[in-house]
Structure formats: C-alpha cells, structure tokens
Design a protein around this ligand. Structure first.
Ligand SMILES: [Zn+2]
Length: 118
C-alpha cells in the first residue's frame, strides 16, 4: 500500500534516505536546491553571485512546483515499492517521526514504553 505522499513524507525521505536516490535523481535534486536559492536572491546579489561563482549556475533547471512534487513523489513511491524505506509513524496518531529510529514524534507521543505517553 502506498502511503499518502505528503510534503512531510517527502521531507522525511529527503532527510533520511537521500543516499538511496540514484545519480540522476541526486543531480536533479541538487539543481532544484540551487534554483531555489537563486530564486530568493535580489537582482544585485544574483549578479554578484553570477560574477563570483558562475559554476553555481551550471545545469540549473527551471522546474514548476507541480513537476517538483511529481519528481519527489516518484522517488518516494519507488523507494516504498522497493521496500527500501521505513516510514516511521506514531502508533497513536499516525504522525511522522523525524527519523526511522525515532521513538518520539512531533505530536509529543513516544512509544518506547507505550503505556507511558508524554
Ligand atoms: Zn502521536
């Protein structure tokens, strides 16, 4: 069963399973990161960065928000289908933990000792 792929799940996979991305996915991911950074720059800083670090602008891709979501969804689906990742959810409320080994989620529940909620 495919877990509903939320922004939160995408962030969880990127934080914990980036090493499972293939070379092409890593390349696109890095390009998206650089594009995001460049998009936030003022024109002045953009030109400054372009003059000082022109290689930063190599292979930059323009990707729409929808395509970005499709890109990440396809990776998450593949990794789940392949059984490569553990989606660590709180047994009480289903919210995502920060890491596959966490025993506490942002909801405040912890499940090392399920009778002791905090
Ligand atoms: Zn919870």
């Amino acid at each position: 069963m495919i877990d509903k792929i939320s922004e939160e799940l995408i962030r969880y996979v990127i934080s914990n399973y980036l090493h499972l991305f293939n070379d092409q996915e890593i390349e696109i991911y890095n390009s998206i990161l650089r594009s995001n950074k460049v998009d936030t720059l003022s024109e002045e800083n953009y030109n400054l960065l372009l003059s000082k670090k022109p290689t930063l602008f190599n292979n930059l891709i323009k990707i729409t928000k929808d395509d970005k979501k499709k890109f990440y969804n396809s990776i998450v689906e593949r990794l789940i289908d392949d059984g490569k990742i553990f989606v660590n959810r709180c047994p009480y409320c289903g919210s995502l933990a920060a890491t596959p080994n966490s025993q506490r989620a942002r909801c405040g529940h912890h499940w090392r000792n399920p009778t002791q909620l905090s």
